[in-house]
Design a protein around this ligand. Structure first.
Ligand code: NIG
Ligand code: FE
Length: 412
């Protein structure tokens, strides 16, 4: 497939006729040089040396940093609308999983698809997310569950980043579910985790396919001890960890992850006070996933007030996956983080920019508009920032500058 990025015009020059979300009452200006932010501030304070640069008129648009979707399972085969129907008829997520559906059914479909097929299926989903102003995205493996098929997923993730000129962070989630060929074996789970730690992870890391390592720590997935085994293997390779933690029950996963300096703990509906304190001490980001909460019709809210009181940074993400969150709009997640989880608008917007970048270890390059950082920002057709959380189902993007190129709205 021919890379899309080569067709995007350079964003170099002087962007004016914009209002920075940080100070929306005055005209702002952004200077982009060689794909990076050179200067940002009020138009009235623009140094004279930049005034003659190639002009880009924002038409009064509001500007925020490019959005960061810090938790997705974007690459997989098939879809699982049938399970949606089963749950509507009364089955729980855990019952669907035990009946042979759930993650394992996506594993079957992912194993059957070749790399080009997976790319072709994931690309339109990525395009939807990018249309909302996403400039960096995490993509997890975890639907292959063997060296060959996890490699295939991660390679597709890398290819998507190259083709679309979007920052992709790959996360190895080999410990997502027990593959069918290990189920029913005497020590199936232990044997599989040994394979994950001793063979799959080292091989994929050596191929440069792994930016971070994740585990699904849950009653229906892997135990605390198995999670720690994976974390040790990651640390031995110098890779950061993150965790699907306390989604369905309090396993104590967040405290463990914090001990390993985790970038983030994600879901966390059942996070305990001890977990919050451990995350605060380690600077671990709490990633909130309202799409999964909503799809599963969960009623157990994550402890937002306690996280806020502790000063734990909160990020918001789609958790795009075929089972529990077939969401393709990060802005819709901003709306849901406010309505369902009671985040304030500034919290929700920080959650898809600066804190999401931190959850990926990308805070030096993403989530803010600051001199020296690559140019990633979005021009929105709204008057005030609160509208980004208020409207839902609307696509207010006017233009997107991604990695120093005008990826959307190229005539701006
Ligand atoms: O983030 N919680 C585990 N993993 C995914 C769901 C995966 C699936 O059901 O396919 C999640 O919600
Ligand atoms: Fe997830």
């Amino acid at each position: 497939m021919k890379p899309v990025i080569n067709e995007f015009p350079s964003a170099d020059g002087l962007w004016s006729g914009i209002r920075l979300a940080t100070d929306a009452n005055v005209e702002g200006a952004i200077v982009v040089a060689q794909g990076a932010i050179r200067w940002v501030g009020a138009r009235s304070a623009l140094p004279a040396e930049f005034a003659g640069l190639k002009p880009h008129d924002g038409g009064g648009a509001l500007v925020t940093p490019g959005l960061v979707d810090c938790h997705t399972h974007l690459v997989y085969g098939g879809q699982r609308a049938n399970e949606f129907a089963m749950r509507l008829a009364g089955a729980t997520y855990e019952e669907v999983a035990k009946a042979g559906g759930g993650i394992v059914s996506s594993v079957r479909a992912t194993r059957e698809a070749d790399e080009d097929t997976l790319f072709a299926q994931a690309a339109p989903r990525l395009e939807q997310l990018l249309a909302d102003g996403v400039c960096a995205i995490e993509i997890k493996s975890g639907y292959g569950l063997s060296l060959e098929h996890e490699r295939k997923q991660l390679r597709v993730a890398r290819r998507l980043g190259e083709a679309y000129g979007v920052t992709v962070r790959t996360t190895f989630l080999g410990a997502h579910a027990l593959p069918p060929e290990y189920a029913g074996r005497a020590n199936g789970s232990g044997d599989y985790i040994d394979l994950v730690c001793n063979e799959m992870l080292p091989a994929l890391a050596a191929e440069g396919l792994v930016d971070a390592v994740d585990v699904f720590c849950e009653r229906i997935a892997f135990s605390l001890a198995e999670t720690e085994q994976v974390f040790k293997a990651a640390k031995a390779l110098g890779l950061p960890v993150k965790l699907h933690a306390e989604q369905l029950s309090d396993m104590g996963g967040a405290a463990l992850a914090a001990r390993y300096g985790a970038l983030s703990c994600d879901h966390i509906e059942h996070l305990s006070a001890e977990g919050i304190e451990a995350m605060r001490r380690s600077g671990t980001v709490a990633v909130l996933l309202p799409g999964a909460y909503y799809t599963l019709r969960d009623t157990h809210l994550p402890p937002i007030a306690a996280l806020r009181a502790a000063g734990v940074p909160m990020a918001v993400s789609t958790d795009h996956n075929p089972g529990t969150s077939p969401a393709l709009s990060l802005l819709l997640m901003v709306n849901m983080a406010c309505t369902l989880f009671r985040l304030t608008v500034p919290e929700a917007l920080d959650g898809v920019t600066v804190h999401a970048a931190r959850a990926l270890g990308l805070h030096d390059t993403h989530g803010a508009i600051a001199p020296g950082m690559p140019a990633n920002f979005v021009l929105w057709n709204v008057r005030e920032a609160a509208e980004l959380a208020y409207w839902f189902g609307q696509q207010p993007v006017r233009a997107v500058v991604r990695q120093g190129r005008i990826a959307i709205g190229g005539n701006a």
